[in-house]
Design a protein around this ligand. Sequence first.
Ligand code: SAM
Length: 302
Amino acid sequence: MTMTMEYHNPVLLHASVDGLNIKPDGIYVDVTFGGGGHSKEILSRLGRNGKLFAFDQDEDALANALEDERFTLINENFRFIKRFLRFYGIKSVDGILADLGVSSHQFDVPERGFSTRFDAGLDMRMSQKNNLNAYKVVNEYDEANLRRVFLDYGELKNAPVLTRTILEAREFNPIKTTDRLKEILSQHLPERVKNKVLAQIYQAIRIEVNQEMDVLREFLEQSLEVLNPEGRLSVISYHSLEDRLVKRFMKNGMFEGEPERDFFGNFSVPFKTVGKLIVPDSSEIKENNRARSAKLRIAEKK
Ligand SMILES: C[S@@+](CC[C@H](N)C(=O)[O-])C[C@H]1O[C@@H](n2cnc3c(N)ncnc32)[C@H](O)[C@@H]1O
């Protein structure tokens, strides 16, 4: 555990909530509740008739639930945002905030297996209900599949070598812990860039375990469906793969290709981007190291 017992220190708190342009009696969704930092800020700007729904797929986050009549916490994956809002009788909302990735709490609990700092079982699931875990990815994926994970999600040039090294090692004994994985791969981790490469390897496995890219795509598509006209989408991402998807979707309303043109030859797009890319200033990064890779984008539905 870290010295502070803080669950999570919210990143770009004011800018991301400002981005929602909160109407006091509106309905808002925080799809990544965590320690509730962003949710508290949203509630502080809502009036008596406002509502906030929050999602977190991690059971641990439930302990942070806020005592407030206007607030509902849903222990589910945000890839089902539309379905669960409907369950609560909500068809459309005025703003959605997503602060993607892993919480400090998840990093700081050694057994979760997210951190390169500790030895732990190969887990990396954000949700205790997830069937896939890091053990299965590392020990059961075939060569092509594992290479794809390292290439696509870790952007690791030596993905083929890393994959073969794992395949050779696991032939004799399954790889059960993060330390064992590090030991096996140590020959490919030059001291100078060791931490960076390790972080890329962990990131790749984590994205696969939690299906983060598919989940993000499904979430963005549904958020467009549930937002009211002039409703806002405020998204903080932490690596370029996420940011690329968010950027394209906010610009074009799609992930690939170009949108259709309207009668006048203009691109017909569902969002208007609000402001430019926002990143934390140096004082926030100094105070909160997790903020260093954060990128905030805001869009308004037309
Ligand atoms: C970066 S933290 C959010 C921290 C939060 N904004 C705060 O101020 O404390 C991300 C949280 O979102 C959750 N999460 C990530 N992906 C999710 C998903 N697909 N569905 C539901 N929750 C998710 C994680 O479990 C984690 O608690």
